[in-house]
Design a protein around this ligand. Structure first.
Ligand SMILES: [Zn+2]
Length: 173
């Protein structure tokens, strides 16, 4: 999904994402898994010296656990603000110093910005580099855990021993 810079009006271009195949494939590549749902919006703005793409994407997907290989359900919902300069411009004598907040700046080539590359980069940057079944918010697809301590169980407060005895009572006998 490429947008030619010539075709970006001053007000910018909004692209609604509702499970388009190119966007799902880009998310799946970053996830190293599959994307069953991908929704949100990309806003593309062209400036004199760079392209800015902002937006929010919600991804539902699956991928193997990095630790045990079990099938994980991934829900990811995040906004982004990515900047792209023309390929080669950084090497030109007129290139400005990149500010520290522009270290994630990317490149576009051929007078067009590839939104699939933007989607892939967003997920690659915003997801943890290691996705394992013991990470907070991670769900194993079949509901089982791979021998790791259940994070939700760890967060439960231990039962007060004074009340533990009550848990064993049946009130309606
Ligand atoms: Zn695992």
């Amino acid at each position: 999904m490429k947008i030619r810079l010539d075709n970006i009006p001053d007000a910018g271009v909004d692209v609604e994402i509702t499970d388009q195949k190119w966007a799902q494939e880009a998310a799946a590549a970053a996830l190293e898994g599959s994307a069953s749902r991908l929704t949100g919006k990309l806003s593309v703005q062209a400036y004199d010296d760079h392209i800015r793409v902002t937006g929010v994407l919600t991804l539902h997907g699956r991928r193997p656990c990095d630790r045990c290989g079990m099938d994980l359900l991934i829900d990811h919902d995040d906004g982004f603000d990515l900047h792209y300069v023309a390929a080669g411009s950084r090497d030109s004598g007129q290139s400005r110093e990149l500010k520290t907040d522009e270290l994630d700046i990317g490149f576009y080539d051929g007078g067009a910005i590839d939104l699939a590359a933007v989607v892939q980069e967003h997920f690659a940057l915003s997801m943890p580099s290691r996705l394992a079944c013991d990470a907070p918010g991670t769900r194993v697809a079949d509901g089982e855990l791979c021998g790791a301590p259940d994070p939700s169980a760890e967060n439960e407060k231990p039962v007060d021993p004074r009340f533990a005895v009550l848990a064993g009572l049946k009130l309606n006998d």
